[in-house]
Design a protein around this ligand. Structure first.
Ligand code: UD1
Ligand code: UDP
Length: 360
């Protein structure tokens, strides 16, 4: 069976690293990179470090408005599908690359398999929420990372083809943790001691597109940094907005807020594991914090990963300065519970389900 996998953005490379390794033992895979992320530290570094097979095709679409970017991907992916004639298309997550891949495939009657199906924030102002809903409604195979995701799909009338395989990101993370211990020197390079600093990331449109909100968040991180160093690998989207807003480095004096370039996955995993708290609006990083048992403060009003909040590892703070500071300094550590995302064995379950009964 021939599977055509579509990736384009940083978190998709990381998930594909875990899945491709196993998938290729059983099926033929054609890997298509849309080019949504293209800077070396947003793309190539993951292929190199995680030994992801070189993409068979890079569409080189690059950045743009939602319409232009998604439209260009749609046309380019359609052409590849007509040429490659895969039996299934595999898409990950909720980016514009995900939606373009799913739409192009379904129009050509190629079954779509969606990894991370069923997640909902119930906030339709998020571009990701639109991408997820549309992708789930055209998918034939829906790989859910949680019971909540299964229930969300059922509430929308989707019950066929739903497979609660668990979250494949867990395997990507565990693989990287072992490698990072041997290969990452970032704590020494930044003169950090485990447990002695906070880690922060911000990239969501809701936090970056409004320059006042972004400046307020950065200022709040600087306040946290009066108590401990805050390491802030800055996403290119955020960098662009900070530059447009005049730097946005905040006004309070002092502190140790270190804005650095995005880092590779091994350095990131090392930074996460050593952090005393993580402040983020990233979906992937909320889960990584949960699995690594590092308290997390989410810089959003809602999350798709509700179990991390229910189990006490994650606090939703939105942009509220007091909640952010309280969460960062309290660093609550609840008792250990079971993995709500059934990470262990998830890739194997996914690949099994992908073959299914109908495997040609
Ligand atoms: C995208 C996804 C988001 C995901 C994130 C992961 C959509 C709608 N959003 O957001 O769900 O969480 O990826 O990181 O698909 N840029 C560069 N270099 C790059 C990539 C981007 O400079 O290699 C800059 C460009 O100015 C670009 C901006 O970042 O316009 C935003 O990039 P884009 O891919 O559109 O969205 P992300 O914010 O990265
Ligand atoms: N990540 C990374 N380097 C960074 C920032 C993030 O390797 O400088 C990893 C992070 O550990 C996680 C993934 O990228 O696995 C999350 O990507 P992002 O936050 O961009 O997207 P989201 O998960 O919110 O869609």
């Amino acid at each position: 069976m021939k599977i055509l996998t579509i990736v384009g953005a940083r978190p998709q490379f990381i998930k594909a690293a875990a899945v491709s390794r196993v998938l290729r033992e059983r099926f033929q895979e054609v890997l298509v990179h849309t080019g949504q992320h293209y800077d070396g530290n947003m793309s190539q570094v993951f292929f190199d470090e995680l030994e992801i097979p070189r993409p068979d095709v890079n569409l080189g679409i690059g950045s743009g408005g939602h319409g232009a970017q998604t439209g260009a991907m749609l046309a380019a992916i359609e052409a590849i599908l007509l040429k490659e004639k895969p039996h299934r298309v595999l898409v990950y997550g909720d980016t514009n690359s995900t939606l373009a891949g799913a739409l192009a495939a379904v129009k050509l009657h190629v079954p779509v398999a969606h990894v991370e199906a069923g997640l909902r924030s119930f906030n339709r102002r998020m571009p990701e929420e639109i991408n997820r809903i549309l992708t789930d409604h055209v998918a034939d195979l829906l790989f859910c990372p949680s019971e909540t995701a299964v229930a969300n799909l059922a509430a929308e009338g989707i019950t066929r083809g739903v497979h609660p395989v668990g979250d494949v990101m867990h395997e990507a993370l565990m693989h990287a943790v072992a490698m990072a211990e041997r290969k990452s020197g970032i704590l020494d390079r930044l003169h950090l001691v485990p447990g002695g600093y906070a880690l922060a990331t911000i990239h969501r449109a809701e936090n970056t597109d409004d320059s006042v909100r972004l400046a307020h968040l950065v200022e709040t991180l600087r306040e946290v940094s009066l108590r401990m160093p805050v390491i802030f690998p800055v996403h290119p989207r955020t960098r662009v907005q900070l530059q447009a807003g005049g730097g946005g480095a905040g006004s309070s004096a002092g502190g140790d807020l270190r804005m650095i370039d995005p880092v590779g996955y091994l350095d990131m995993v090392r930074l996460e594991g050593g952090a005393s708290v993580i402040l983020t609006d990233s979906g992937g990083i909320q889960k990584e914090a949960y699995w690594l048992r590092v308290p997390c403060v989410t810089l959003r009003a809602e999350t798709e990963w509700v179990e991390t909040v229910q189990q006490g590892w994650n606090a939703l703070a939105g942009g509220d300065r007091d909640l952010i500071l309280r969460g960062a300094l309290a660093r609550v550590r609840p008792a250990d519970g079971p993995d709500a995302y059934r990470g262990s064995g998830s890739v194997e379950r996914l690949v099994q389900a992908l073959g299914g009964d109908r495997a040609p």
